[in-house]
Design a binder for this molecule. Structure first.
Ligand SMILES: Nc1nc2c(ncn2[C@@H]2O[C@H](COP(=O)(O)OP(=O)(O)OP(=O)(O)O)[C@@H](O)[C@H]2O)c(=O)[nH]1
Ligand SMILES: [Mg+2]
Length: 253
């Protein structure tokens, strides 16, 4: 069994990618299960096989503890950790070849609280990977791109789990823009040139130094353009995950 966590900033496309990628895997005759770890979501574009909302109800938390929506979500994120044995048992009972885990809307609830790495550790002892989403529309300029690069490095630092990087919603950009962003992700020199050309003052210096620090650490964030609307890039995403998780083999036969 392999476990894949889908992580990204709010609205970056985590839930729709969970839906589309799981359907795509089913078409490839792969045995896939989906897990919703977002206790606050009202509607999902897929029917999760396992759903944290069966255990945690954010509205009840708001009423019971007189919390606002954000405080209730923070409490819910920590409560997931207490329910982890039950979620793990549910996964074990289904025992699929691959599990796609859709994480909470606000990334910081999962990535930057103690409960996130605990959940990743405890949900299963099987091999794991993270898909980190770069929202394509947000990545159009080098400043935003570098900010996302920094976030992605911070997520890696938290989980120390193999990460595959996706440029999500690539159908919203024309191919020239997609290629430019992918080029930034593949060639530090091209990104540095864009920073020099498009940014000035402190933003230029900070972006350049952040980017260099990340590359000097040997971290590589090659982006795979993917659309959860048109299925573009699904083959490449799947191949990258198979390389990371299964040494290039299929998850299940
Ligand atoms: N055009 C396009 N829209 C997308 C794509 N993926 C997601 N969206 C849209 O972007 C919005 C957010 O997508 P979600 O999948 O809910 O993103 P999320 O990261 O799960 O969002 P939260 O959990 O609320 O933070 C929705 O309106 C989706 O329909 C895509 O590949 N292409
Ligand atoms: Mg979502």
């Amino acid at each position: 069994m392999f476990i894949v966590f889908i992580i990204g900033t709010a609205g970056s496309g985590k839930s729709l990618l969970t839906a589309t990628y799981s359907e795509w895997l089913k078409m490839q005759k792969q045995d896939v299960a989906t897990v919703n770890l977002d206790p606050g979501v009202l509607e999902l574009p897929y029917s999760p096989d396992i759903d944290v909302r069966d255990y945690i109800d954010v509205i009840s938390l708001m009423n019971e503890y007189k919390l606002g929506p954000n405080a209730a979500l923070i409490m819910a994120a920590d409560l997931i950790a207490e329910e982890i044995d039950k979620l793990a048992a549910e996964i074990e009972a289904i025992n699929p070849g691959i599990v796609l885990v859709d994480t909470p809307g606000q990334m910081e609830l999962f990535a930057f609280r103690a409960s996130g790495p605990y959940i990743v550790n405890e949900i299963s002892k099987e091999p794991k990977a993270i898909i980190y989403l770069f929202d394509s529309v947000f990545c159009m300029n080098p400043l935003n791109y570098v900010s996302n690069l920094f976030l992605s490095a911070a997520v890696y630092n938290r989980f120390l789990t193999p990460q595959v990087h996706v440029l999500s919603k690539c159908d919203l950009l024309d191919s020239e823009d997609v290629n430019r962003i992918v080029d930034w992700s593949a060639k530090p020199k091209v990104l540095e040139d864009a920073i020099e050309q498009k940014l000035s003052g402190t933003k230029r210096i900070l972006s350049r130094e952040i980017m260099k620090a990340i590359y000097n650490l040997g971290m590589r964030f090659l982006l795979i353009p993917v659309s959860a609307r048109t299925n573009e890039g699904m083959i490449n995403l799947n191949a990258a995950l198979e390389r990371v998780l299964a040494g290039g083999d299929k998850y299940t036969y």
